[in-house]
Design a protein around this ligand. Structure first.
Ligand code: ADP
Ligand code: MG
Length: 334
């Protein structure tokens, strides 16, 4: 604080992406939450985008692991290895151990929260603290979280969708459902398999989603088809087909409806005052899933509330986690 360079960092440890925010610098690292390991020796082959490019393409001796699942740690040791690598990469090896603020989804258990704190310490943090993800997302999206007015944020990541209303610095009502970007990809894989007898990989499905998926079947009629490759389940051979955008929109409808249900339920649980505030200010979408085409319109139609996408939706949680580092100095003195 007194002339000493801060080495506090905030980590958005997401199911899909890990983002590191350094106090005084802003975002210093953005990488997929993927680790490639040698199955025989247990040795780490690569971390991040290089490891992600190996998903579905590894020989028998290598596995590409996504150590976070549904917003929580699924593979402890691999998570530690990944965080260690990212903390070192963000801080430089010679620097002092940082104090780290990490986000967790709002619905996690004490045990899951504990695991995140432990993993962060083992990975090289001097000490670790957690912040609830929707709260961080709201700060990062620039919502007036400390004011006596209700805000609503919906963070759609890879593993979870976190919905929360916030007022006076706290979460008023929230829902965390284990249904987000990954489930959209799964739904596309399933649909293509059923309709075209074609087996596609998760990277292909995700690309298809980013390129042509729409939350609205109606609006998808104006979008272009996309060429995809996979394995024909009848002949067993590689095959190329054209997928209409309407098919992709159909494929993801069920998941979209479940996200909408979670939003409606969270709205129903809030006080009339907060509901009124949300109607005035609208719902803000964050996370990678917020970028799905026509999603704001579809949610707005279903809830009768205006819906906006935050600027830089992928970075909101990291920015909010970083912003909340200011409070670490208070906690340290405890
Ligand atoms: P997490 O916090 O769980 O790591 P992110 O907020 O980083 O997740 O978002 C990752 C998810 O967002 C992935 O499922 C990815 O496929 C999805 N995504 C990224 N860009 C888009 C896009 N343009 N359209 C739809 N989904 C997207
Ligand atoms: Mg996230």
């Amino acid at each position: 604080m007194f002339g000493i360079r801060s080495n506090n960092i905030g980590i958005d440890l997401g199911t899909a992406n890990t983002i590191v925010y350094a106090e005084g610098k802003g975002i210093v690292l953005r990488e997929p939450s993927v680790v490639a390991k040698n199955t025989k020796t247990g040795e780490i082959v690569s971390v991040g985008s290089e490891a992600r490019d190996m998903i579905g393409r590894t020989p028998a001796s290598i596995v590409a692991i996504r150590p976070m699942k549904d917003g929580v740690i699924a593979d402890y040791d691999t998570t530690v290895a990944m965080m260690k690598y990212y903390i070192e990469k963000a801080m430089g090896k010679r620097s002092n151990k940082p104090y780290v603020m990490v986000c967790v989804p709002s619905g996690v258990t004490e045990v899951e929260k504990r695991a995140v704190i432990d993993a962060t310490r083992v990975a090289g943090a001097r000490d670790a603290y957690v912040i609830e993800e929707p709260f961080a997302a709201a700060i990062g999206a620039g919502l007036p979280v400390m004011d006596p007015t209700g805000s609503m944020v919906v963070d759609i990541g890879g593993g979870t969708t976190d919905v929360a209303t916030i007022s006076l610095g706290g979460i008023v009502s929230s829902r965390s459902i284990r249904l987000a970007g990954d489930k959209l990809d799964d739904a596309i894989i399933y649909y293509v398999r059923q309709k075209y007898n074609l087996l596609i990989g998760e990277r292909t499905a995700e690309q298809l989603k980013m390129d042509i998926a729409s939350a609205s079947v109606e609006a998808a009629k104006d979008l272009d088809d996309q060429t995809i490759r996979g394995r024909d389940l009848v002949t067993g051979l590689p095959k190329t087909i054209e997928i209409p955008a309407v098919d992709v929109a159909e494929a993801i409808q069920e998941v979209i409806q479940e996200i909408i249900t979670a939003i409606k339920e969270t709205l129903e649980e809030t006080s009339p005052e907060i509901a009124a505030d949300v109607i005035d200010h609208g719902i803000v979408l964050t996370g990678g899933g917020a970028q799905l085409r026509h999603l704001p319109e579809v949610i707005s139609d279903a809830t009768k509330v205006p819906v906006f996408v935050a600027s830089e939706p992928l970075d909101c949680v990291a920015i909010g986690t970083g912003e909340s580092l200011k409070s670490i100095d208070v906690m340290k003195k405890k």
